[in-house]
Design a protein around this ligand. Sequence first.
Ligand code: E4P
Length: 217
Amino acid sequence: MKFFVDTAEIDAIAELNALGMVDGVTTNPSLIAKSGRDIMEVTREICDMVSGPVSAEVVALDAETMIKEGRKLTEIAENIAVKVPLTWDGLQACKTLSDEGKMVNVTLCFSANQALLAAKAGATFISPFIGRLDDINIDGLDLIADIREIYDNYGFETEILAASIRTVNHMSECAKIGADVATAPPAVIKSMANHVLTDKGLAGFVKDIEKAGITIL
Ligand code: E4P
């Protein structure tokens, strides 16, 4: 499973990138607003650092303007994936931009039918939102499994980009289901390293190292 980082914070991307943990980056208007940076400028900086797909989202709601915005965003770098919302206009923009050879990430997906439409429209990535479904008492992981089954039934090449990930459990479950990509905030990715028994085991070793005065260097 590929790891995308769900942030527009340059320092956080750089830290994970140095460890080879970054296969791509996803941003959205809320993350850009949180960064306080200009969308074109911060996106360019991310693309300079990361060679994998970098999703940058359009802000228009009509297909014609989304297409213009998508073309402008793809001028930033070759690895831009234009992010469009899963609306009828978004699907039209997806079809046009993907026919032009641009990567398109269709976002705000909350149903298997929406994912089916995105694949038919030529999406490179479909972004089902796990956490926001969990928030309304619908199991978001079930949606990932449904889309996996449907895409495999028909050989759709659209990659399942599990999004709105809030917990480390989401990460391992997505990997078990077979999501192609998971995009998560930096804190969630770093938390995957944590285990209470690792901490407990290390504390025991440290105690014995001090007691026995073990040194290596
Ligand atoms: C990424 O592509 C999505 O925009 C993001 O994962 C949404 O996450 P949220 O539901 O935590 O805002």
